[in-house]
Write a protein that binds this ligand. Structure first.
Ligand code: ADP
Ligand code: MG
Length: 182
């Protein structure tokens, strides 16, 4: 217990030292020219749309961690978008939209898919560790709980979900522009 208490501030300082100002668009767009995404092992494509606010600017973040958090959301979006047709029919092209917005002292990032959407019950549980609706081997149920911790606990941001079953899911993240590490 004692050792733990002593090592924590040190670890925290190390992490704070790693925080960098990163442009919101760049966090979402490591490959700016990619317009479609095709996982190597699977025969489907998802269309990518970007709507970046040119004035979105940057935020103090741990880029690696935030990227991981966003990637988890993007992976879920791809999954839902490619499964909508087989469950709900229709001929919508599977599409994922990433957008940024300048909110003054905060930056907004949205990830939206036109996928399966969620029931109210799933929406309520989605951030719980190990909660998954995916078959064994396809989901661990950890992606969103990790993303939540990174965004809310590590960066003092917020994460909200808007979804409609059979229609869409939109995840809205808000990050403070300036890190408040206390
Ligand atoms: N974009 C989305 N569209 C529909 N359902 C989603 C979406 N994102 C998350 N979910 C639901 O939340 C659950 C938990 O997500 P997550 O924590 O990433 O775990 P996993 O992806 O391993 O199942 C998913 O199994 C799914 O039911
Ligand atoms: Mg996931």
């Amino acid at each position: 217990m004692r050792a733990r208490q002593q090592s924590c501030p040190h670890l925290w300082r190390l992490r704070v030292a790693k925080a960098k100002r990163a442009r919101a668009g760049l966090l979402l767009d490591p490959q700016p020219n990619a317009r479609t995404y095709q996982p190597a092992s699977q025969g489907f494509e998802v269309k990518l749309k970007q709507s970046f606010d040119p004035s979105a600017g940057g935020a103090d973040v741990f880029p690696q961690d935030i990227r991981r958090a966003l990637l988890n959301l993007i992976a879920n979006g791809f999954y839902a978008a490619t499964r909508r047709r087989e469950t709900y029919g229709g001929d919508n092209e599977p599409t994922l939209t990433a957008s940024t917005k300048n909110l003054g002292d905060r930056v907004e990032v949205r990830i939206r898919d036109n996928g399966t959407g969620m029931t109210p019950d799933v929406k309520e549980k989605m951030f719980n560790p190990f909660f998954t609706t995916k078959p064994t081997g396809e989901g661990t149920g950890l992606g969103l709980s990790i993303s939540h911790d990174i965004i809310v606990k590590q960066h003092a941001g917020s994460i909200e979900v808007d979804t409609q079953l059979g229609e869409f899911t939109e995840i809205r993240i808000i990050l403070p522009r300036t890190a408040v590490f206390v």
